[in-house]
Write a protein of this length. Sequence first.
Length: 162
Amino acid sequence: MTSGHEYSVDTARAAAERDELAEWVARFLASPGSDNALLGKKLCNELKWWAGPMLFPIDRIHRLAGPPGEPVLCEVDEDFWDERVDAMESLVEEGAELPPVILAYRGDEFVLEDGNHRVESVRQAGRRRTWAVVGFERPQDRDRFADAWRAIETRGSGGNPD
């Protein structure tokens, strides 16, 4: 199920086709709900090359914040997560497609810059992958990733978010 929202997998895909994914990321992060224009500006200054959207394995995402018991650097109180994550989890279970999360490739890790609640809601809904866009500091990192990703997708399940 695709979304008609301004910041969806479809609009990210269209931006990528126009080579405007960095601008899409900046607008998305500045939009109501994200309200993080400073992060958008910072990421677009640091990460000049972008890929996606793609279905990305959740277990490859290095999460900076999240609920207790998960592999995160900063555990956040479960009450902070519950309401928002539960609402998004219900949407995912009903077939809704959440906006892509924003990842940065840093030091051979895919760091979650934006989308902690989305990742957690997808994980709790039993999915193993989530839609993501990935930013890179160097074009050779993006190109190496793109080559490896094509090989994975050739063997993978296409658009199944599971």
